[in-house]
Design a protein around this ligand. Structure first.
Ligand code: C2E
Ligand code: MG
Ligand code: MG
Ligand code: MG
Length: 290
């Protein structure tokens, strides 16, 4: 017993364990203040038609400009925001700002109106009235349902949650498209595609990275996902395209859409506007032939 207590004591004072915990607690406290202090901003990453290079829409990605720490990446604060429930107000803020941006882009390119793609946490889908809130915001912004796409994760679909499923169905009945994000990283990816109706599958970047190296197994796997999605009448977006070789391989296997640093990193709001204003969205790439 004494030995165990001694060990616990020793652990408590070990700085490498102690410090990150304090930091987490501090970050959590800061997060609550951050919404009020307007420390969040959105960046936008183009979603591209792989054959033509045309930008069809942009994904909204939240950024936290922390007064002391600088830019805190979403992977560090989204999980905290989900735990504390702050993701609900933060998510609504992201939605409103994203819709406002889409309104601007559509004025800049009315002939092919761009949409905004917004990441939504499972926690938001479990909130009462979530579908109504989304529809209200959409109407208030003056956008048609085609102006918004919602990204959910596999983990959300695996939950047995009546409320979330109802919200999902309602939103889709209103014509809002839904994408499964990070497809392939969860663990029952294929079975639920039978039951769940979504519109788009976003293949996770871990599958896309290195496609240009023509590893036969990886390429067969991704091609299989693309074909499966198309058989089910789903749109397919490949995430994390960094190399021209990845792009060419995806195009060759018939993947219609993509996103990645090759086309553009996520852009601050003004740069996203410029992207449409200067028509860089029209064809930033040499079109590929199949
Ligand atoms: P995600 O939705 O899968 O977004 C794609 C992430 O990959 C983004 O990271 C993006 O910057 C990054 N990315 C894009 N192209 C490339 C590429 O070519 N190579 C590499 N290595 N990375 C690329 P980011 O912005 O750090 O966001 C990370 C995650 O945080 C997002 O993954 C999403 O799950 C979450 N997130 C971001 N914004 C929001 C939000 O407003 N709400 C919620 N619930 N989650 C968000
Ligand atoms: Mg996403
Ligand atoms: Mg994600
Ligand atoms: Mg993703």
């Amino acid at each position: 017993v004494a030995k165990r207590a001694g060990k616990a004591q020793w652990r408590r004072y070990q700085p490498s364990l102690h410090t990150p915990m304090l930091q987490q607690q501090q970050l959590r406290a800061d997060l609550e203040q951050a919404i009020a202090d307007e420390e969040f901003t959105l960046h936008f990453q183009p979603l591209v038609e792989l054959g033509s290079g045309i930008t069809l829409g942009m994904e909204a990605l939240v950024r936290w400009q922390h007064p002391q720490r600088g830019m805190v990446p979403p992977d560090q604060f989204i999980p905290l925001a989900e735990e504390t429930g702050l993701i609900v107000p933060l998510g609504l803020w992201v939605l409103e700002q994203g819709l406002a941006a889409a309104v601007t882009w559509r004025d800049l390119r009315p002939e092919r109106p761009p949409y905004v793609s917004v990441n939504v946490s499972a926690r938001q889908f479990r909130t009462t009235g979530f579908a109504d809130e989304v529809m209200e915001r959409l109407t208030a912004a003056g956008l048609p349902p085609s102006g918004l796409l919602l990204e959910i994760t596999e983990s959300m679909l695996l939950r047995d949650d009546e409320q979330a499923w109802t919200h999902l169905a309602t939103l889709r009945e209103h014509g809002i498209r839904v994408a499964i994000d990070d497809f392939g990283t969860g663990y029952s990816s294929l079975s639920y595609l039978r039951q769940v109706s979504v519109d788009v599958v976003k293949i996770d970047k871990s599958f896309v990275d290195g496609l240009g190296n023509e590893n036969p197994h990886q390429n067969a796997l991704v091609e299989g996902i693309v074909k499966l999605a198309q058989t089910l009448d789903l749109g397919v977006v490949a995430e994390g395209i960094e190399e021209p070789g990845d792009h060419a391989a995806l195009h060759a296997m018939g993947c219609p859409y993509g996103q990645g640093y090759l086309f553009s990193r996520p852009l601050p709001g003004e740069d996203a506007e410029r992207w449409f204003r200067e028509n860089r969205a029209a064809a930033p790439l040499t079109p590929l032939t199949r």
